[in-house]
Each structure stands twice: as C-alpha cells, then as structure tokens.
Design a protein around this ligand. Structure first.
Ligand code: SF4
Length: 366
C-alpha cells in the first residue's frame, strides 16, 4: 500500500461508512477485497475499537489505518436492572455534544427459571421530532440521527452483557427505543443489514423488527429492499379522529395512507404485520375501538400487541384499568383477532414502551 493512494481525510470513522463505501475506502488505500471483509468482521462481529486488535492485518497496515481513520464506539454510561430482570442501558455517544441514548435488554424466562429468549430494544435517534403525546422521548425534541455504527454498537455491547450474564446471545432485536426508525432510514437499513450479515452479527432478519408510526413512503421503500425484517406499526388508535389527537403525524399520514403502505408491504414481502396498540384508560379502550381495530387487522395478515402503558409524568393519558382491558380483549377475540397483551417490562426503572427518555439532568439528549 502506498501513501500516495490516500484520498480520505485523516479522521474517517470507519463505522460511519456503509459496507460498500467501506470497501471502496479500503480499496482506495490499496487493500484487496478480502482485507475489507476482515476489517468489516473486526468492526462488527468482533467489536474491535482499535486497529491494534486486528491481528490478522499486517503491522504496517494497522499503523496506516490508525493514522488515517478511527473507530468510534459508544460506551455504557449507566446500567439499571429491574426486579423482573430487564436491564436498561444508558449509552454515551462518541460525540462532542455528549449525547446519550437508551436501550433495553428484556429476558424471557421459562417457568423453571431458565432463560428462554433475550430481546433488545434499540434507539435510532437522539430524541424524536414526532411529538406523540404519550411518549417521553417525544417530549425531549429531536437532536440527531444515530449512525448505523451507533445502532449496531448497542446490540454488540448488550450481546456481550447477555453472554456474560445469561450464557446466551440476543435472540430478537426491536427498533422501538428512542426515535422514529424510518425517519433515520439509511442508518436503520444499513444497521439491519449488518446485524444479519454473516460477517456481522449473523442474526436472522426474521428476528429483527422495525417499528414505525406509519411513514408510508419509507414503509414501501423498506418493502422494496427485500431485507426480510418484520414491520411493526405503532398504531395506538383505530380511527383518524383519535389518532390525530395523540399522534400528530396522523394529520398528514392518515389511516388511509397507512393502509396503502401496509398493503404494499405485504404484497411485496408476504410478511404479516404487527400493530402495537397502547391501551389508554377511557380513550381508546372502548368496545367500539376494538371493533375498528379488528377492521384494520383485515387489511393484511397481521397480529396485534396490546401494550400496557406505564404512566408518564405530565401526560394526561393513563394506563387502562384491568376490567376495561378484559372487555377490550373479549371484543377483539369475538372478532377473531390474534392479539397478545404485553405487560411493559422494567416498570420500576422506567424501561417500558414510550418511557425511554434521559433523566436526571440529562434533558435535551445531553
Ligand atoms: Fe417519536 Fe415514537 Fe415517541 Fe412518537 S412514540 S414521539 S415516533 S419515539
């Protein structure tokens, strides 16, 4: 490799480059393609944070890469474990603004206490601009998109914790943490590709779920990518009138547009869709709502997750009462809807859905 082949600035973060650009960057430095596969594997499968660790590269090559490029990696800033085993991570980004995001590890146990599945909920943005009225993250405002490297880092770091603590790797990834994943489309898609890449984290795309409030253009784009990942829609209300009240995005992208996008997604991928429905007391928990929700589930093959809301300070909407939950579920069952009640995990550490927001003097993402 000759120094006159150097074309990039000295501080290129290799994990900010999508795989193809990483290959091009390394080719420009004179590396053969198998070398770029090795670097990719070090970055994403082995979680290297220095070039020194890349022991199958020559010393000269490692020295040159150290001069020209860097490897950014997020760090665990704080970790809290709930009584139910859920662990919430606060990550500090490698960023001059000192931004932080959260991710949650959710273990699922068999009745004998042994570990069954491990799900991780990752963040895709610092804050969020969509302002859903029930959501703690939405109240922070939007600061910036995460890079795909910062998204993969969350999984990689939590994978290490899971292996150490449970002797098992993560089984499921859900993009349901801070931010609207499809509003950070490129990084989310690239991160999902890396998670399922044989040289990356080797996860089945069927174990990856991307959630959205319903950005119809990006839902169609995602379908065209043919990644094989699952799609979840944060629905939370079954008619436009109620959805407008709690999710401002619905005013421009209403249920009709959502229907069109979801139908396109199914036609292209043949994959069923999941609807996430937070049940709020005396708001969207009437039998009439259940019947409207049942109609939505007929758009394409789908299932519904009814999520128990953890009350958020300053939010008027409250968690549904148990008797109203039962009535709502009965109404869904009577319409042959496949629905599961998801009780939020980690309630005692504010790790439930819609509760990921930085606290204790770290408002505004800092
Ligand atoms: Fe943003 Fe999702 Fe919260 Fe809505 S629910 S404000 S899209 S993070």
């Amino acid at each position: 490799m000759e120094n006159n082949q150097i074309t990039e600035t000295p501080t290129t973060d290799l994990k900010s480059l999508p795989k193809e650009q990483l290959t091009e960057y390394l080719e420009d430095l004179g590396l053969q393609s198998y070398r770029s596969d090795q670097v990719f594997q070090w970055l994403y499968q082995k979680g290297a944070s220095t070039f020194e660790e890349m022991t199958n590269l020559s010393k000269d090559l490692r020295a040159t890469l150290s001069e020209l490029a860097e490897i950014k990696r997020i760090e665990v800033f704080n970790q809290q474990e709930s009584k139910d085993g859920t662990i919430k991570f606060l990550f500090k980004l490698d960023d001059p603004n000192d931004y932080k995001v959260e991710a949650v590890l959710i273990p699922d146990y068999y009745s004998d206490g042994s570990i069954n599945r491990i799900t991780v909920c990752v963040s895709s943005q610092v804050g969020c601009m969509f302002g859903c009225s029930f959501c703690a993250t939405g109240k922070m405002g939007y600061f910036r998109n995460l890079t795909h490297g910062e998204i993969v880092d969350q999984v990689q770091i939590i994978n290490e914790v899971a292996e150490e603590k449970f002797g098992k790797k993560i089984n499921n990834i859900v993009y349901m943490g801070m931010g609207e994943p499809l509003h950070n489309y490129k990084a989310v898609v690239e991160s999902a590709k890396i998670l399922s890449d044989p040289l990356g984290l080797e996860m089945s795309p069927r174990r990856i779920t991307v959630s959205t409030v319903g950005l119809s253009k990006q839902i169609k784009q995602l379908a065209d990518e043919d990644l094989g990942v699952n799609l979840a829609i944060s629905l939370h209300a079954a008619d436009d009138e109620k959805r407008d009240k709690i999710m401002p995005i619905n005013e421009s992208l209403n249920l009709e547009k959502l229907k069109e996008a979801v139908t396109y997604f199914f036609q292209r991928t043949q994959q069923p869709v999941t609807y996430e429905y937070l049940l709020f007391d005396q708001f969207n928990d009437f039998v009439e709502d259940a019947h409207k929700l049942a109609q939505i589930t007929r758009w394409v093959p789908s299932k519904v997750n009814i999520i128990m809301y953890n009350n958020v300070a300053g939010v008027e909407l409250k968690r549904v009462r148990e008797n109203r939950l039962d009535q709502f579920m009965q109404a869904l069952i009577s319409k042959d809807v496949t629905a599961t009640v998801r009780r939020s995990r980690g309630d005692d550490i504010d790790a439930g859905c819609g509760q990921l927001a930085i606290k204790e003097g770290q408002e505004r993402g800092k």
